[in-house]
Design a protein around this ligand. Structure first.
Ligand code: FAD
Ligand code: HEM
Length: 389
């Protein structure tokens, strides 16, 4: 809990920090990577740094955390902490690195604020940093302790490779050593480390598709402007990569009511968590009303179309509605139009796809009376949207 001494200082300086943190974080990362270039090898994404998404996510989360604990002195923003901790754990983040981030972040704060960084301001923000760090460390310890092994990544070899949709490759991996595998829950992801063209080890996250118990299966969309998907697309049967244990809190359990009608909205490669959810619903014999809404450009750009369609058909109360932008082949032509779906206010909703798609569907659902807390989503990148809303 934030001390009574620090609270008024945080309240008074929150607007300044919120305004300056966008300048502070790039400087912080520059200082940290100059001193610790090894952190870019296998932990941080070089592209997130170049694109600036990661600095924004980290900056946003500290400001959100500080304003939250000022407003709610007796609790923490669990949703923010849980998402970050799962992401950290998937990367194998070690708690000994929290002082590293602290050192370079606070050097950058002091450099940016100059004389305004008085001892009491620095002390109060240090308190916020360590409250957040310790909360994350606690969740991360629990996540690591719940695994079937004590390694962050284990070697896996490619045993199958299929192409689907528009530039999507589905890869199946099996262990390349004796490390026991943790069973994944539908909706979870792994991080996979492969070597970039210059040899730097780079992690990326991929949602797990249903697979045999001794396998990991993922669907990877080629990003023409990205660094690692072209490498992952180039993997051949027998190639070995490093794969983490499964993490991620976007699962069917613990969200909303288990009887409420379920709406799964996906676009493009956003099918991956939905396919896992559908598989879990079938395996558990669910009698739920499930409506799957998929948006794509054309039928042939829809990744894993046959698998998804077959899963919906197996559900006792499943329905599939498609929106195809470029042709008349779906149920509807054009973008997703909520008015065509009659989503009830008590629906539980999951969204996954490009950010503009998710924002559009989410606002339309909220306008149609679905409470925002019933709408869950996965962002295939640093989660800036959650932090802004
Ligand atoms: P990156 O190199 O990470 O680049 C991403 C973007 O950064 C580029 O499009 C470009 O706009 C920008 N960029 C890159 N380099 C530069 C530069 N030099 N300067 C400026 N900008 C630059 N993806 C899937 O395909 N399937 C999944 O199931 C899936 N699940 C995911 C689950 C989670 C929880 C998360 C967080 C992500 C998931 N992703 C998934 C996304 C995946 O992790 C990768 O982000 C994606 O595959 C792109 O990887 P990349 O290395 O090719 O692109
Ligand atoms: C990702 C916050 C400490 C390494 C993130 C994200 C946030 C965040 C908000 C984005 C999550 C998402 O993708 O949605 C914090 C906070 C910290 C902290 C508030 C301290 C209190 C650390 C430390 C390290 C670290 C100590 C390691 C030195 C990373 C990495 C990512 C990440 C590697 C993934 C981003 C990428 O791929 O580049 N963190 N973090 N973080 N964090 Fe942290």
């Amino acid at each position: 809990m934030l001390s009574e001494k620090s609270r008024p200082i945080i309240e008074a300086t929150l607007p300044i920090i919120a305004d300056r943190i966008g300048h502070i974080t790039p400087d912080f990362y520059e200082r940290m990577f100059a001193a610790r270039p090894d952190l870019m090898d296998g932990l941080f994404s070089r592209s997130s740094q170049l694109e600036g998404t990661q600095p924004k996510a980290l900056a946003g989360s500290i400001a959100v955390f500080a304003s939250y604990i000022v407003e709610h002195p007796d609790s923490y923003p669990d949703e923010v902490l849980s998402r970050v901790a799962h992401k950290h754990a998937s990367l194998g983040l070690q708690e000994k690195e929290y002082p590293t981030v602290y050192k370079y972040l606070f050097e950058a704060i002091a450099a940016d604020l100059g004389e305004a960084a008085t001892e009491e301001v620095v002390d109060a923000w240090s308190e916020v940093y360590w409250l957040m760090a310790n909360a994350l460390i606690k969740i991360e310890r629990g996540l690591y302790a719940s695994q079937a092994n004590n390694v962050t990544h284990a070697p896996f070899k490619v045993v199958d490779r299929q192409e689907t949709g528009d530039n999507v490759v589905v890869l199946t991996f099996e262990p390349a050593d004796e490390t026991p595998m943790t069973e994944a829950t539908a909706g979870q992801y792994i991080s996979i480390i492969t070597k970039a063209r210059d040899g730097l080890r780079q992690p990326r996250q991929y949602t797990l598709l249903p697979s045999d118990k001794n396998q990991r299966r993922i669907g990877v969309k080629l990003d023409p402007n990205g660094e690692m998907t072209s490498i992952i697309h180039g993997l051949k049967i027998g190639d070995v990569v490093e794969i983490s244990n499964p993490y991620g809190d976007l699962t069917l359990e613990g969200f909303g009511s288990a009887d409420a009608p379920l709406y799964l909205f996906s676009a493009g490669i956003g099918v991956t968590p939905m396919i896992s959810f559908l598989n879990e619903l079938i395996e558990s014999g669910s009698q739920r009303q499930v409506t799957v809404v998929h948006a794509d450009r054309r039928m042939d750009t829809w990744p894993l179309r046959e698998e998804m369609t077959a899963l919906v058909e197996k559900l006792p109360h499943g329905k599939l509605v498609t929106f195809m932008e470029d042709e008349e082949t779906g149920d509807y032509r054009g973008r997703v139009d909520i008015a065509k779906l009659g989503v009830p206010a008590e629906a539980n909703v999951y969204l996954c796809g490009p950010l503009p798609f998710m924002k559009g569907v989410r606002s339309a659902l909220v306008d149609a009376g679905v409470p925002a807390q019933n709408i869950n989503y996965e962002i295939f990148g640093p989660d800036q949207w959650m932090l802004r809303s």
